[in-house]
Design a protein around this ligand. Structure first.
Ligand code: UN1
Length: 498
């Protein structure tokens, strides 16, 4: 019998008030049942928020360096458990072991960054315009933070949000994606084992429409951080606007790699294979468009298809697997839909374009890595996020044209340019509308200590990672201390005005 898992609410592992559960199966082999996880409801969220408010009341008074010490222990425990967590993640969501190890490492890096931030969390002290007066700013925690995360980076993305939220002194209610409740459980275990006071973290499993919604609407959850689809993010934005909540959104992408004729083509080839088919294309930073200069177009396309056909699909736990399964049936069907759209809109299917079959693939959600060429700018395959192993190739005639095509989508997360021309590289950095531009590296691979996020419909102006996320999870308070012993009027007495 598979194990039945629980929520973590009120300092205890508890069953959902609904009494309902959902199954969690291995996407590489759906006969493998990982466990049954709570399908919680609004009452579970209500309890979680009530408990988190108690946690917040005590946690906000813990000095930030001590909060940082707990984050350091979190990092140490993740180092110890890295292999076990990575294996559990691959079993739960399919990407290959090297990638899930990287995913845990991103969490470790984020934990150690947070540990150091406990001794910074800088405010500013600046000169006052008046004599005998000090002017400075400091940070305050905000309250109970709602954290809603996707399946594709089941460890890294929750840590990007939860660790800075905690370090800043907030309490957290965490709802991981339905497809990855086990990794969410392992993360909460690490936090508790590291000594986090139990009521500071709550884990509530369940559907977005029930648990996510209840968090979104709850009047005592003043801050939310969400990574997921642009459609859901837009809805969250509407509600948060109405309820005056602070919201960080990280959403879709349609990231392009541009390859110029002077590029190192072998390097670009390794880059596009990793960028397009890593995580089976299920990254918001995935390379889903390839803009090839006409001078190298045919040659590069041949090189590309040859390598794509060599990629080995399979269970991500097997050492010879390059590409794992998709996350579930719906994701697979969505990819099938976009392959049909590509064909209908006249793009030429170069390789892939079908479900992958074979002995070791028979019980998983496998789809062949797919390349379309002749994809027209502004066609749907060129504009819309697929979130699957499908690469759309478009021919371009110049860097100007490439930048124009790159920018002519509604998203703006990541981008890449392969060239040896330093002038072209800097011009692209300046002109590409995206939160991240890589030169001679693929569109994936953001590092934990730099701000991560995008422009246009990818985000709403916030950044995760690095120093920027600490701004999001804390409120600025300005403090003036006037020790002159008399009334001094800013602006008026400063310049002798009456
Ligand atoms: C995502 O694509 O959903 O840069 C997050 C990267 C990873 C994080 C990606 N470090 O690809």
């Amino acid at each position: 019998m598979a194990k039945t898992f629980k929520n973590f609410i009120g300092g205890q592992w508890v069953a959902p008030t609904t009494g309902e559960y959902m199954e969690n199966r291995n996407p590489a082999d759906w006969r493998d049942l990982i466990g049954r996880f709570p399908k919680s409801g609004p009452r579970d969220v209500e309890r979680a928020v009530r408990s988190a408010l108690k946690g917040f009341a005590l946690w906000r008074r813990v000095p930030a360096p001590q909060r940082g010490d707990i984050m350091r222990r979190v990092g140490d425990l993740m180092v110890e458990r890295k292999e076990a967590i990575a294996r559990a993640m691959t079993r739960e969501m399919g990407k290959v072991l090297a990638e899930t190890r990287g995913d845990v490492q991103e969490g470790i890096d984020t934990a150690y960054y947070a540990a150091g931030e406990g001794r910074r969390l800088f405010g500013h002290t600046v000169p006052s315009e008046l004599r005998d007066k000090w002017a400075m700013s400091t940070r305050r925690p905000i309250g109970v933070a709602g954290i809603i995360t996707p399946f594709n980076f089941p460890m890294a993305i929750p840590t990007w949000k939860i660790f800075p939220a905690l370090l800043c002194g907030n309490a957290v209610v965490f709802k991981p994606a339905n497809d990855v409740p086990h990794t969410g459980t392992l993360l909460v275990e690490v936090l508790l084992d590291a000594g986090l006071p139990p009521e500071v973290i709550q884990l509530v499993h369940g559907r977005g429409s029930a648990v996510g919604n209840a968090l979104l609407e709850h009047p005592q959850v003043p801050i939310l951080s969400f990574t997921g689809s642009t459609e859901t993010g837009a809805r969250l934005g509407e509600v948060c606007g109405r309820l005056h909540k602070r919201l960080s959104l990280e959403m879709g992408g349609k990231n392009a790699m541009i390859v110029m004729p002077d590029a190192d083509l072998d390097l670009a080839l390794d880059g596009v294979l990793w960028g397009a088919f890593g995580t089976t294309g299920q990254r918001c930073t995935a390379t889903s468009r390839l803009l090839l200069h006409r001078k190298i177009h045919d040659k590069f396309l041949r090189m590309l298809c040859e390598r794509v056909e060599q990629l080995r699909l399979g269970d991500g736990l097997l050492p010879d697997t390059d590409v794992g399964p998709m996350i579930n049936e719906a994701a697979l069907q969505n990819t099938i839909k976009y392959v049909e759209i590509g064909k209908q809109q006249g793009a030429s299917l170069e390789t892939g374009g079908k479900r992958a079959t074979g002995a070791r693939l028979a019980n998983g959600w496998f789809y062949k890595p797919t390349v379309f060429a002749g994809v027209k700018a502004r066609s749907r395959l060129e504009q819309e996020e697929v979130f699957g192993p499908v690469l759309a190739v478009t021919r371009i005639g110049s860097l100007d044209e490439a930048i124009r095509v790159n920018n002519d989508v509604k998203y703006g997360l990541s981008s890449a340019l392969y060239t040896r021309d330093v002038n072209a590289a800097f011009r692209a950095v300046e002109d590409i509308d995206a939160g991240i531009t890589y030169i001679n590296a693929p569109t994936i691979g953001a590092e934990a200590h730099l701000p991560f996020g995008g422009v246009k419909e990818t985000g709403n102006g916030h950044r995760e990672g690095g120093w920027a996320v600490y701004e999001f999870f804390s409120e600025t308070k300005v403090v003036y201390v006037d020790y002159s012993g008399r009334l001094q009027r800013a602006q008026i007495d400063t310049y002798g005005g009456e």
